[in-house]
Design a protein around this ligand. Structure first.
Ligand code: C5P
Length: 404
């Protein structure tokens, strides 16, 4: 893919990770992007515009009120020039200002004025990242179509350890490549003519008429897959457990409660499907004998007898004219070993594994990172929002499906 005609506008916020943004300019240029830089006033306390000018080969914009800079390339022109805006580092303060729609300096004004997609690379102290105000800003930005790249987890400049490190420049540059590849993929409609069946969300296993056993799955990953697949031209049927998400445009949705309901819906709809993606967090066990009336408390302890639920994924994989079967694996440790074991044991074409022990990723979160395995290979898809990840996973599925 030629990137020589793609323009990336890098917005640098005022955080210690700004020193890595100089390297990011180099990594983006190495990959063929034309890069221009906008700096916030506070970013210039960490790194000089001269460094960024030398590396990008263009003057650096930082002020809304500089007549010389406006005469060279005005802020609206800059906003129009970009095919992609990357904000790295996106500090807690900058995220809050972008979320509020402020135009208090050039970097925030550019975000308001551009029609280009905007990728935010959060970087801040782990406690600031976890703060509900920051999380609310990120959720609101993601729901308005901003893409989130990272953050990564690890040791921080402040000496603490946790989620909040800016992704490494080389990873951000790779995400930019994948971003253009996946938006081209959406435009090229590589799933046109393909029928896809996807399961999503948790299942609910009734104990009595008012109680149930379930799990923390939000359904966000499965719904992102359904949306991305429809955008890429597929006919999509989504079998969903109980979630509070709206149905993506063009997707046929079937709502179910229990694992047995989900299996029935899948078996009724699997004929002539080209691809099956089991993204649901299906309860492994159900109550053996569901009470018909509400169970009254009497003893100090009570026991519930559970029986194994059918494995929907393995059932589809054992069908004679089976589709291309993709499973998910949520793991807390030894991700590769368990994922590869499941790939083999359930006879899958591909498995996407995520480490649910990382705070802020996976279950119920807006972002995720996946390690994808298939019999002859594997690929890591670094942390990003679930829609971008869904597009990347579907692109991988298209590639591997044509190879099998
Ligand atoms: O074995 P484990 O539950 O970890 O496997 C996860 C994968 O299997 C997911 O793709 C999930 O949707 C699927 N699964 C299923 N039916 C079950 C249990 C898991 O389809 N009863």
């Amino acid at each position: 893919m030629s990137l020589t005609n793609k323009n990336v506008l890098l917005g640098i916020g005022g955080g210690i990770a700004a020193y890595k943004s100089a390297d990011l300019v180099r990594r983006l240029k190495e990959r063929g992007f034309d890069v221009r830089v906008v700096m916030s006033q506070s970013a210039m306390e960490f790194i000089t515009p001269l460094t960024l000018q030398a590396l990008s080969g263009h003057p650096v914009a930082s002020s809304l009120l500089d007549p010389a800079a406006e005469a060279a390339m005005g802020h609206i022109e800059l906003a129009r020039w970009a095919d992609l805006v990357i904000i790295a580092p996106a500090t807690a303060n900058l995220l809050a200002r972008i979320n509020a729609g402020m135009a208090d300096e050039l970097i925030t004004t550019t975000c308001l004025a551009t029609e280009a997609p905007i990728a935010l690379c959060p970087a801040m102290n782990q406690q600031m990242y976890r703060n509900l105000a920051t999380q609310a800003n990120l959720t609101s930005l993601a729901s308005r179509g901003y893409t989130l790249w990272g953050p990564a987890s690890g040791s921080q400049a402040c000496g603490e350890v946790g989620l909040g490190r800016m992704l490494e420049p080389v990873d951000i540059a790779e995400l930019a490549i994948q971003f253009f590849a996946s938006s081209d993929a959406v435009q090229l409609k590589p799933l046109a003519g393909q029928s896809i069946l996807i399961t999503a969300g948790p299942t609910r296993e009734a104990i009595d008429p008012v109680r149930y056993i379930s799990n923390h799955s939000s359904g966000k990953m499965g719904f992102a897959l359904a949306k991305a697949a429809a955008e890429m031209g597929a006919t999509v049927t989504l079998v969903s457990g109980p979630v509070s998400l709206s149905t993506p445009k063009g997707v046929v949705r079937i709502d179910v409660e229990s694992a047995q309901n989900m299996l029935d819906a899948v078996m009724n709809n699997v004929d002539n499907k080209d691809i099956f993606i089991g993204c649901a967090a299906v309860a492994d066990y159900r109550i053996n004998d569901v009470a018909t009336c509400k169970i009254k408390k009497s003893t100090e302890e009570m026991q519930l007898a559970l029986v194994r639920n059918p494995d929907i994924l393995a059932t589809v994989a054992s069908l004679p004219n089976r589709p291309f079967v993709v499973g998910f694996a949520a793991e807390t440790h030894d991700v590769e070993t368990y994922a590869r074991d499941k790939l083999k044991r359930k006879n899958l074409n591909m498995i996407a594994a995520n480490d649910v022990s990382v705070a802020g990723l996976g279950f119920n979160a807006d972002a995720n990172a996946l390690r994808v395995f298939w019999p002859q290979g594997n690929q890591d898809l670094p942390a990003t929002d679930k829609l971008s990840l869904a597009r990347q996973l579907l692109s991988l599925i298209v590639k591997e499906k044509t190879n099998t």
